[in-house]
Write a protein that binds this ligand. Sequence first.
Ligand code: PGA
Length: 262
Amino acid sequence: MRKRFIAGNWKMNNGPSATVTFMDKFATALKSSNEIISNINGGKMNVAVFAPSISLCSAVKARGDAPVIVGGENVHWEKSGAFTGEISVPMLKEVGCTHVIIGHSERRHIFRETDEELHKKILAALDGGLTPVLCTGELLEEREAGKAFDVIKNQLLADLKDLDPQTVADKIIIAYEPVWAIGTGKTASKEDAEEVCKFIRKLLGDTFGEGTAAKVLILYGGSVKPENTADILSQTDIDGVLVGGASLKPDSFLAIAKAAVR
Ligand code: PGA
């Protein structure tokens, strides 16, 4: 059975003091939820928060001994140098991050990051020992033009180019996030989400082998909230959720983690 991965993506929200307020409350509530703790300790689930770079130290410090993964929202592929405004894999590691989001649709579309750049970021993250959460997803017009599967295939094959099957199986998490469902309140139906996640698993099977496809974690993201989490997670090929807006408040993010317990 694959592990569930419940992740919050804070985007450009929660500075250092809001992060401490969130974590104080969230970590305490998490530790007192026997069902979540026994799922985490039993290897059935992970809970993660992806925070703005400036809040990462506060997040790691404030989580204390609570089992909450802390990750970055983006990273540069070089280790150091003249890249004003960027942060590197060793910097994320130094503050206690173990994971990093790569290729979120806001990075792809607002900041024009290319698959070539995302591929370099993935290699850098893996090389430095961070687990990439690679996002993929289609725009509304691409879905309406019947191109969703092609878009996702092109993104994933370019981003994961030349990786070995074992690495993809054990060290990469994929998040399917249809761009039209992000921050819009329009969740993909569980059938639509499953259809694409199944397609992704098959693509990974064709490319890296069945063993890899069976192991890799695939998340869904886009207007996930406490009320629709269980429904989304009931699908065979969906192993977790990447949550934006509903991860900003400790109560709603905790309710999502509770809905993922099994
Ligand atoms: P949302 O964002 O849950 O607010 O739709 C999801 C994401 O962008 O990761």
